[in-house]
Design a protein around this ligand. Structure first.
Ligand code: FAD
Ligand code: NA7
Length: 513
């Protein structure tokens, strides 16, 4: 049997010839599970499936960015997302800590400079170690890894294309699509792709990006502009509408107000119209204001587009497998079991319609899917109350509904919003500005006041929100929270002390212990 399937696998030198092997596709599939995409979701699903003694393979392939940046196994989060982003955010925070340190008595000789190349090399080396770690884990768990770009030949057959053009055919009983997404470039702006970069490139730059324009205002844009500013670079955010669409807008305004007060320049209600290279090798960007129609321009060293991400579904040849996508987004339509319109083909993570684009949700969905497929498990992924954090200079963490969502869903008379402006103790001696350190908790107004959403701006926001997310998942109420003893002195204790309602109009500034 093994010999038969060895013969079945065709190894060819010309792309497109995979189709020839199709006649052999009767009989048992080679793999119990084949995963296309070795990122957060795909790797988690493959490793989990292998625990059930199943024969599992993962195909992962990274197309270089238009600027030629490429990376290894692990997907977006590891290579061009969460990990390098958080490390560069940390590098920026350390700059702030150096300033604080002097107030705390440390003698720091001046001038203090940041060296991009040193940081980038250290971050990139760490990412490479993670690439290696993923390969080792797959090997340990007996998951076969192929550095191939997958596409459907038919509903049970995948053709994997190697860098050099060679192809391998695979058959599988179950197929999981986890190919994630890639940053978009705007299509109608002259010079956008020729001269601009995206987050796929930023983290792999060997030299400092210098004066940078970041176009877009969602969390990728703000986080990147935030750490560039924190590293001492001149960073501008160009936004055409609201910041952090989808997040609580009062919190979003505090996040961007703080960034603006601490050095990030914001160009508002405008969009770029062209990018040109100057004779000195800089980039001249022209933009237009939506209200007045006036045009302005400025020179930058780097232009980074953070104008959204597109799911990597176009080259999968989904039609032959009967997998439906939403034509408006290109994302794969899945049901609560992550099943696509083709019953043995599943999709998880960023390529799926209507799911949060976050690593922990992709991982959890992948693991649960594997357990449902091969274990006795029937649990479905619950995408409600997923906590997240925006790693801007002043971090913003949240879980549950925004004030707007809660108001829209239940009506203003049926929700109670508790809030507080507080001062982190660390900020006092350091004489830091805490004007935007703010907590908001949205509760139902019924007797026990179930907590619907929690929003926190301040240091270590992710660490603060993570624990409360458990409470909210378990249906915590305001009265239970009030019985929770705080940990003193911390920022998180301010959550369990919230007592001023927005409705009261009282000053929510915390004074004293
Ligand atoms: P991915 O991790 O993108 O993996 C998909 C893999 O499939 C890639 O390796 C891709 O090259 C490969 N592939 C694509 N097509 C094929 C094919 N045809 N054949 C074989 N392989 C293929 N999330 C958080 O939770 N926290 C954060 O702080 C955070 N920060 C982020 C910062 C940035 C700048 C970005 C861009 C994203 C961030 N995210 C964050 C989101 C997170 O990275 C994604 O939600 C997550 O990586 C999605 O996982 P996935 O498995 O769906 O896909
Ligand atoms: P998002 O979340 O889709 O946001 C895109 C941002 O870019 C948003 O602020 C848009 O403004 C703006 N945008 C979109 N097109 C343009 C053009 N043409 N010109 C100017 N501004 C534009 O994308 P991200 O890449 O930041 O993040 C995607 C996901 O990746 C995110 O959920 C993370 O999980 C990781 P708008 O609000 O539409 O006016």
């Amino acid at each position: 049997m093994a010999a038969l399937w060895g013969a079945w696998r065709c190894f060819r030198s010309q792309p497109g010839l995979c189709r020839i092997g199709r006649a052999l596709s009767s009989g048992k599939s080679e793999y119990d599970l084949l995963v296309i995409g070795g990122g957060s979701g795909g790797l988690a699903c493959a490793k989990e499936a292998s625990q059930f003694g199943k024969k599992v393979a993962v195909l992962d392939f990274v197309d270089p960015s238009p600027k030629g940046t490429k990376w290894g196994l692990g997907g977006t989060c590891v290579n061009v997302g969460c990990i390098p982003k958080k490390l560069m955010h940390q590098a920026a925070l350390l700059g702030g800590s150096l300033k604080d340190a002097q107030r705390y008595g440390w003698n720091i000789s001046h001038p203090v400079n940041h060296d991009w190349s040193t940081m980038a090399k250290a971050v990139q080396n760490y990412v490479k170690s993670l690439n290696w770690g993923h390969r080792v884990q797959l090997q340990d768990k007996k998951v076969k890894y192929f550095n191939l770009k997958g596409r459907f030949v038919d509903a049970h057959t995948i053709c994997g294309l190697a860098k050099g053009g060679k192809e391998i055919l695979f058959t599988a009983e179950n197929i999981v699509l986890a190919t994630g997404g890639r940053p978009k470039y705007p299509s109608n702006i002259a010079g956008a792709q020729e001269y601009g970069i995206t987050s796929d490139d930023l983290f792999w730059l060997k030299k400092s990006p210098g004066k940078t324009l970041v176009v877009g205002a969602s969390y990728v844009a703000l986080e990147c502009a935030g750490f560039l500013t924190g590293l001492g670079l001149n960073a501008t955010v160009m936004r055409r509408s609201i910041p952090l669409r989808g997040f609580d807008q009062q919190m979003a305004a505090f996040v961007t107000d703080y960034m603006e007060a601490y050095g990030t320049r914001f160009l508002k209600k405008c969009s770029p119209t062209k990018v040109k290279k100057t004779e000195h090798g800089r980039l001249r960007v022209t933009w237009k204001y939506a209200d007045s129609g006036k045009e302005k321009s400025d020179e930058f060293d780097t232009v980074m587009w953070a104008v959204g991400r597109a799911p990597d579904t176009q080259t999968l040849n989904l039609e032959v497998a009967g997998v439906k996508t939403n034509p408006a987004t290109g994302k794969i339509v899945v049901d609560a079991r992550e099943a696509t319109s083709s019953s043995h083909i599943y999709a998880i993570g960023d390529i799926t319609e209507g799911r949060p684009e976050l690593t922990p949700t992709a991982i959890a969905a992948g693991k649960l899917l594997a357990r449902r497929l091969f274990g006795q498990c029937t649990d479905l992924m619950d995408y409600d109350n997923v906590p997240t954090t925006v790693f801007t200079p002043l971090e913003y963490g949240c879980v549950g509904l925004s004030e707007e969502e809660a108001t829209g869903r239940f009506g203003p008379d049926h929700i109670e919003v508790y809030h507080a402006f507080y001062k982190p103790l660390e900020f006092t001696v350091a004489e830091r500005d805490a004007a935007k350190c703010y907590i908001k908790m949205v509760c139902s107004r019924e007797k026990e006041q179930r907590i619907l959403g929690l929003h926190f701006i301040g240091p270590n926001a992710g660490e603060v929100i993570q624990g409360f997310a458990l409470g909210i998942r378990c249906g915590a109420t305001y009265s239970q929270l009030m019985k929770t003893v705080g940990i003193h002195p911390t920022c998180a204790e301010e959550v369990v002390k919230l007592h001023i309602t927005k409705r009261s109009g009282a000053d929510p500034t915390v004074t004293g212990c």
